[in-house]
Design a protein around this ligand. Structure first.
Ligand SMILES: [Ca+2]
Length: 284
């Protein structure tokens, strides 16, 4: 279950401190970009990575039972993949009402993960089952499935390749016809690995990635893997939020340039606009 992942991240933060500075809790991870530790005399003098904040433009209802693992906006509708064994699903959702318009339930032995839409097909990863399901966009009928090695976390597309995360600092590009790996990038912020990359979205030539168990989104250069900017989403007004109900859903409407975010079992989905950092202010 995902609780195992939580134990893993706490262990990583407590022991490995692999994200830059040792962070004892998820909240504290959220309060500071993991790769923007306080500069010290010995720190390399690299350009500081800017941290964007946000403004909520619209708020929409979201199914509190949806353990969101993948989110896409396509031709006027939201598509969502949800997780947990026995509860995983693929959904077509009306943005305004949150109503589920089409639903496909995964067999109980599959834990659904990220989704992407490419060439009128929906791709859906599974966490530890090593299977990517491929469905017809309109009918949700399964067309085929692919096998892969390792875990499946986030999925998106640049219009040519499928782009996949697995919880590490690695993102792989895959051929949508075969799911064969074409290339991979290692995600780095100021030279340090950025791990726990989760739900993905390709936005205007960048890969956006939720950092699991934090409120941070990394904006990644798809060629080099370098983090170009952070988006700090701490403080989104999510009612009745439990500890596992983490930020985990980014969708983008390229027609209207709208950005949507939500999380696991959040009762709300937010349309946000970015607020750039003050040019003269010190980074948080
Ligand atoms: Ca997404």
């Amino acid at each position: 279950m995902k609780r195992a992942k939580r134990a893993l991240v706490i262990a990583t933060l407590a022991v490995g401190c692999g994200l830059g500075a040792c962070q004892p809790s998820a909240n504290q991870v959220a309060s500071a970009p993991p790769s923007n530790p306080t500069p010290s005399a010995s720190a390399p003098t690299e350009t500081t990575i800017p941290t964007y904040r946000y403004r909520v433009v619209n708020t929409f209802p979201h199914d509190k039972r949806a353990f969101t693992q993948g989110l896409v906006f396509h031709n006027g509708y939201l598509y969502e993949g949800t997780g947990l064994y026995g509860e995983s699903s693929l959904r077509k959702v009306d943005l305004r009402t949150g109503r589920v318009l089409r639903l496909h339930r995964l067999a109980p032995e599959f834990f659904g993960e990220g989704i992407a839409i490419l060439n009128d097909k929906i791709y859906q990863l599974t966490w530890r089952e090593g299977v990517c399901f491929v469905y017809d966009l309109e009918s949700f009928r399964q067309i085929t499935q692919f096998r892969y090695y390792g875990e499946g976390w986030g999925l998106t597309t640049d219009g040519k390749y499928l782009i996949m995360s697995d919880g590490s600092d690695t993102i792989t590009f895959r051929d949508p016809e075969t799911f064969v790996e074409v290339r991979k990038i290692q995600v780095r912020a100021q030279g340090k690995p950025v791990e726990l990359l989760n739900e993905l979205e390709y936005i205007e030539g960048e890969i956006w990635a939720n950092i699991w168990y934090s409120e941070m989104i990394a904006r990644i250069d798809p060629q080099t893997g370098m983090v170009k900017a952070w988006v700090d989403l701490e403080g989104l007004p999510v009612p009745n939020r439990a500890s596992e109900d983490v930020l985990n859903g980014i969708a983008y409407d390229p027609q209207s340039k709208r950005i949507f975010v939500t999380g696991k079992r959040w009762g709300k989905l937010f349309e946000i606009e970015l607020v750039p950092p003050e040019p003269t202010s010190k980074q948080q």
